[in-house]
Design a binder for this molecule. Structure first.
Ligand code: SAM
Ligand code: SF4
Length: 353
């Protein structure tokens, strides 16, 4: 199928009642994973989405095409579970690279990954059209990495980062979640590791989307805790550019020497205060799950299944109506810090982080 001429296409914005318009599509390609990060999944006993309920590559591509060509999506990010486990990922990326946004441009294409399969796949994915990766890495201490992810895979992750660099998947962003009493104290070492390599590190506050009972607001490592810890070793200044819809508060790190006398280059670090200072007012995301549901928020209690429509022969217009309708009901905020907060029925690995 060829992309239509941008000048002749009618499109509808994914707008909600609070003045926000979604342009960033997060696509979960699978709920499976080759790690078991303790803030995301239980050690065992996950109820996986049955294979027949997963969208096929063709179904996935059709929905992404509708998002890009008819609904104003400009950025597509693949996530999961672990998106690199999806066998058809290179073909899906190549299809998205051939799409054109309503402004006639190629959409940005990114993936969030644990990097374990990047040594094998980085070159192929970049050749297919992948622009960038965010790599999840919570510590560079091998023993604590193995405890946190329940798998001894740090060497593969480091090889994956090298492969991403080699393939030109730049800039490399690193996502880190700090858990109290586990990898909390590793934050300065992780920042030094990233500064040395030019990676953009962003710490993310732990959200209540992992195994039930694992999240404790009173013990959560907050953005304020993280900044206070980093300031003992690094000189930080707020980055000048406005935050816009990007969730990270960015800080410039001055070149210097830490308390142990080790030199580091200048760079930057982000802190995403998803719980203590949510950025819902600037959110521009819409989500598609691996089994074909549209979600208007990570924390939404409801979602709109499109798989039945797709498999029942729905037209593009019917799918557009359903997607637009779901986004229109987006709540003003997730309310995690509100006593009445109820977590969604799906966890992070099934929604797509
Ligand atoms: N497997 C890929 C990865 O880890 O990068 C992609 C999916 S993962 C669910 C996406 C992101 O969600 C990761 O950066 C991970 O650290 C983050 N994440 C998972 N559970 C979280 C939680 N409870 N709170 C905050 N971030 C979480
Ligand atoms: Fe897997 Fe990513 Fe969840 Fe870790 S955070 S268990 S790598 S989906």
């Amino acid at each position: 199928m060829t992309s239509p001429d941008a000048s002749t296409v009618t499109w509808r914005p994914l707008a909600d009642a609070h003045g926000r318009v979604a342009r960033d599509l997060r696509v979960s390609l699978t709920d499976r994973c080759n790690l078991r990060c303790s803030y995301c999944m239980p050690a065992e006993g996950m109820a996986w989405i049955p294979g027949r309920d997963l969208l096929t590559d063709e179904e996935m591509i059709r929905l992404i095409r509708i998002g890009v060509e008819r609904l104003g999506i400009t950025e597509v990010r693949f996530t999961g579970g672990e998106p690199l486990l999806r066998p058809g990922l290179p073909e899906i990326i190549a299809a998205v690279a051939g799409m054109r946004t309503v402004a006639g441009e190629r959409p940005g294409i990114a993936a969030t990954t644990n990097a374990i399969l990047l040594p094998r796949l980085a070159g192929r994915l970049a050749a297919a059209g992948l622009d960038r990766v965010n790599v999840s890495l919570d510590t560079v201490d091998r023993e604590r990495y193995a405890r946190l992810t329940r798998r001894d895979r740090l060497p593969q992750v480091l090889a994956g980062l090298a492969a991403a660099e080699e393939a030109g998947l730049a800039p490399i962003k690193i996502n880190a979640v700090l858990l109290p009493g586990l990898n909390e104290a590793d934050a300065p070492e992780l920042l030094r590791f990233c500064l040395d390599r030019g990676y953009l590190l962003r710490f993310i506050e732990e959200m209540p989307l992992g195994p039930r009972g694992a999240w404790d607001r009173s013990r959560m490592v907050t953005a304020a805790d993280i900044l206070a810890m980093l300031r003992r070793d690094f000189e930080l200044r707020p980055a000048p550019a406005p935050r816009g819809s990007a969730p990270a508060d960015r800080w410039l790190v001055a070149a210097g020497v830490d308390r142990a006398g080790r030199a580091h280059p200048a760079g930057e670090v982000g802190v995403i205060a998803s719980v203590s200072a949510p950025f819902c007012g600037a959110c521009d995301r819409t989500r598609l799950t691996a089994d074909g549901a549209v979600r208007n928020c990570l924390f939404a209690r409801g979602e709109r299944p499109l798989r039945g429509l797709l498999r029942g022969g729905a037209t593009d217009e019917e799918l557009i109506d359903a997607w637009v309708g779901e986004m229109a009901t987006k709540a003003p905020g997730h309310g995690i810090d509100d006593p009445s907060f109820l977590r969604p029925d799906r966890g992070m690995s099934a929604i797509g982080g």
